[in-house]
Unconditional design. Structure first.
Lengths: 247, 578
């Protein structure tokens, strides 16, 4: 690989004008460097004004999602050595309002997350003195993959339905609702179903499965959505499913 | 209008969220603000891997957990705090089970526990090797159901408001807009975690800048035991990404360049084919990191472009165990080292991981400043003494997060409203932050100052220290403080100005770094993670005591001492593997 590479980085600052522009930076290209390392090189040594989020640099905090050459990625886990000879185009995640440069506004997701009640709901709680609720490894496996979501927003960025209909509750929030629905300790299925059913956008999901393809943590939100649709359909066969069944 | 709450939490990681839930449950009428510079689920608790200790196995007892903790801490732990910790730990972990934490289970559905370094029994609860991630998301998602918890996401706290001898709130910068506001409160709990980024090579996330430690220090609150810095023995070279101790608990072996299990040469026991508790690879982190340094001196490590390494060997554990119990280890090795631990050796070296020291608190998280509380890594209660045992910190943030929450709630209920003087302080702080943005003539790049600080810390306050290197560190940090006055800020925008916040973080780190080198220079003994080549023995006569570092009026660090609380375990020799 070459020892230098060019990054084309999207810039946007609302107080400097309404347009997004691209700025090119030629930087050293080291074989260990992630795209995030490249951005940090720019920030530290070339241009202190570049703004982006990052924190853990090990793919678990979910901060550093960006579009890299058109694909939504965690930049800490995407390596410059895999980007050919460049240039590498780095843009903010799609489908969100841009706050500044590579930073997007995710407050819509934060509201949607609360709306699906992502916590254990039970009618009666047994006292702590009686110990744990038993949960076999098989029961654990039922919801395990949906509990792996790091809220990185990459699935929202890839989702064609969310792109068209911002009311769509979206892949990660539905996956997290399913995470609790499928947990043997939880009894909140019906309550969450009510919430999800109010969001008609879900019926527009055509199972293109973009969300599942791009997920850096191998969560299958598309599967969660299909599963949810099926149970919602069975629950409300007459009042809800039929009028839309032909879509 | 100034937003006002009963309790303001600075930081929304494990400790902060546990505190918020404790307050919300104990008194639903109290208004709680969680002010965090990142969205709570981005907090660094997310990166914790191996597990969280709590004695529940039939052959275990809380007394044994206490003894392991006290001996692991080289007798610098306050034993009354340790006793509360081991007693309340299991209930806290069970409470998390109620809230949905996906703890790994035995085939019959009971909670599973695994061995961990320095622990004589299996008592570490785990969620595969993503324990911190699952705990944080469980706490965050559970916190969402309490309407009394108001979040200030991506608000950066720059100052504590103090008047009439009590804390009355904070000043915070809304990062998206640049707006600076006072958020007033009757009690404040600082839960901002550690400060690994004062060192060049650390497992810590970019956000770990000692913000809360510096906020308290500047408000006149002492920092305790800051000389005790934990190096985790197994970090990946270059990135510093942590390979969890659970890898050794499951049977991973540490070998040098000759394939030799070198820990047997350092009074850690004999090599056995399977893990033996409190022995060899399951010794405490301080001793393992020190053994590595001695291997370097003997020329028995492997040189790489990122420094000397030894190897962690998991190959004999087999694919099934690695995939079910250590999936993150494999993921990280594949992604960041381009190797598969099922078939290849993992290069590792010691890496700065955790601060035993922090804001001086009592057993309820209360600091000497009325209304100010602290919990989690930012605080020093102290249960960890001179060396923390792996898997005690996640339990600590639950136990002391809850305790601090309850104590702050109680305090807030008895306090009168915020006084008028804080408005003027907030105005001054607004002006200071504005000036930073409009600053001209700066010539010192943030990254240059930061790198010099990090290099200084590694050279003066690394695994082994001595008076001469520490003295050079003290002088160099003074110089960097001076140079910081000329810091260069190119970014003039009010909108998400990460250069301004990076400058503020650097300033926090410089203060914290000074407290570390000064307390390390004054402690003329070797204990736990603090190893002085010029004072190689533990000295209980002079130093069975916590250091307390206060900030002098000229900004210098002033160190004095506080006796350790001993209840049932008189100081003795630390024994591993025999």
């Amino acid at each position: 690989m070459a020892d230098r590479i060019t990054l084309q980085v999207a810039r946007y600052r609302p107080d400097a004008g309404p347009e997004q522009t691209f700025q090119e930076y030629e930087i050293p290209c080291r074989k260990e460097w992630s795209v995030l390392d490249g951005l940090n090189y720019i920030k530290d040594h070339v241009d202190g004004t570049l703004a982006y989020r990052w924190s853990c640099r090990m793919g678990i905090c979910g901060s550093c999602g960006m579009n890299v050459n058109g694909e939504p990625k965690l930049t800490c886990g995407t390596f410059l050595s895999h980007c050919g000879s460049g240039p590498v185009r780095i843009e903010p995640l799609r489908n969100f309002p841009i706050i500044r440069d590579l930073i997007v506004d995710i407050s819509d997701f934060m509201r949607k997350l609360v709306s699906v009640k992502p916590w254990v709901i039970r009618a009666i709680e047994k006292p702590l003195s009686e110990g744990e609720y038993r949960q076999t490894p098989q029961q654990h496996d039922e919801y395990k993959q949906f509990s792996m979501c790091i809220n990185c927003m990459i699935c929202y960025s890839a989702c064609p339905v969310y792109a068209l209909d911002p009311h769509f509750i979206g892949p990660a929030a539905i996956a997290l609702a399913q995470r609790y629905n499928l947990d043997s300790r939880d009894e909140g299925n019906a309550e969450r179903m009510d919430v999800l059913s109010q969001h008609e956008g879900i019926w527009d999901c055509t199972f293109v499965g973009e969300c599942t393809k791009v997920c850096p943590k191998n969560v299958d939100p598309a599967g969660a959505i299909q599963r949810y649709k099926l149970s919602a359909a069975l629950d409300t066969m007459t009042s809800f499913f039929m009028p839309r069944g032909g879509r | 209008m100034t937003p006002t709450h009963d309790v303001v939490l600075v930081g929304g990681g494990g400790a902060g969220l546990r505190a918020a839930i404790a307050i919300a449950e104990s008194n639903p009428r109290l208004s709680i603000a969680v002010v965090s510079k990142v969205y709570p689920m981005r907090s660094h608790t997310v990166s914790a891997e191996g597990g969280s200790a709590g004695a529940i196995a039939p052959d275990d007892s809380i007394d044994e957990h206490a003894y392991d903790t006290v001996s692991g801490g080289d007798w610098l732990s306050d034993q009354n705090a340790v006793e509360a910790f081991v007693k309340e730990g299991p209930e806290e972990l069970l409470r998390l089970e109620r809230w949905g934490c996906p703890w790994s289970r035995e085939p019959d559905g009971r909670i599973a526990v695994r061995p961990f370094g320095g622990m004589k029994k299996k008592r570490t609860w785990f969620a595969a090797d993503k324990t911190g991630f699952h705990m944080l998301h469980t706490l965050f998602q559970t916190s969402l159901k309490y309407t009394s918890v108001v979040r200030y996401d991506e608000w950066f706290v720059t100052k504590l408001l103090v008047d009439e001898g009590r804390v009355q709130g904070v000043v915070a910068l809304e990062m998206a807009t640049g707006k600076v506001e006072a958020i007033t409160a009757r009690a404040v709990i600082v839960c901002t975690g550690g400060c690994g980024k004062v060192f060049p090579f650390t497992t810590n996330a970019n956000i770990k800048n000692g913000d809360g430690m510096a906020l308290a220090y500047r408000a006149g609150v002492p920092l305790k035991d800051m000389e005790f810095v934990q190096y985790h023995p197994t970090g990946l070279p270059f990135t510093g990404i942590l390979i969890t101790e659970a890898a050794r608990a499951e049977g991973g072996l540490l070998i040098n360049k000759d394939g030799y299990r070198y820990l047997q040469d350092y009074d850690l026991g004999k090599p056995e084919p399977t893990p033996v508790l409190r022995t060899m690879e399951l010794g405490p982190r301080d001793r393992l990191s020190q053994a590595f340094m001695k291997e370097v001196a003997k020329g028995r490590t492997v040189d790489t472009p990122y420094g000397p390494v030894v190897y962690l060997d998991l190959r004999h554990l087999g694919e099934k165990l690695i995939i079910t119990k250590l999936p993150l280890v494999r993921e990280l090795c594949l992604e960041y080292e381009n190797l598969d631990p099922i078939t290849e050796l993992i290069p590792v070296r010691p890496v700065v991981h955790y601060m035993m020291g922090g804001i001086h608190t009592d057993i309820n998280g209360a600091t000497p400043l009325a209304g100010l509380y602290a919990a989690g890594e930012v605080a020093c209660v102290s249960i960890n003494g001179a060396n923390r045992l792996g898997s005690n910190s996640l339990t600590e943030l639950l136990v002391f997060g809850a305790r601090a929450g309850l104590a702050a709630a109680e305090h807030a209920s008895t306090q009168k409203d915020v006084g008028p003087a804080v408005a003027a302080q907030a105005k001054d702080e607004q002006r200071r932050l504005q000036d930073l943005l409009g600053k001209t003539g700066g010539r010192e790049r943030i990254a240059v100052l930061r790198e010099e600080m990090q290099k200084t810390m590694e050279e003066s306050a690394g695994i082994y220290r001595a008076a001469d290197s520490l003295s050079r560190g003290v002088a160099k940090l003074r110089e960097l403080q001076e140079r910081y006055r000329n810091v260069l800020i190119e970014d003039r925008s009010e909108t998400f100005n990460t250069e301004r916040t990076a400058a503020l973080e650097l300033s926090f780190m410089l203060d914290v770094a000074e407290s570390m080198v000064n307390s390390a220079l004054r402690r003329e003994e070797s204990r736990g993670a603090h190893q002085r080549t010029d004072f190689p023995a533990r000295d209980d006569r002079r130093f069975l005591a916590h250091s307390l570092t206060r900030r002098g009026s000229d900004g210098s660090a002033q160190v004095d001492y506080l006796p350790v609380t001993i209840t049932r375990w008189p100081p003795a020799e630390r024994v591993y593997g025999r």
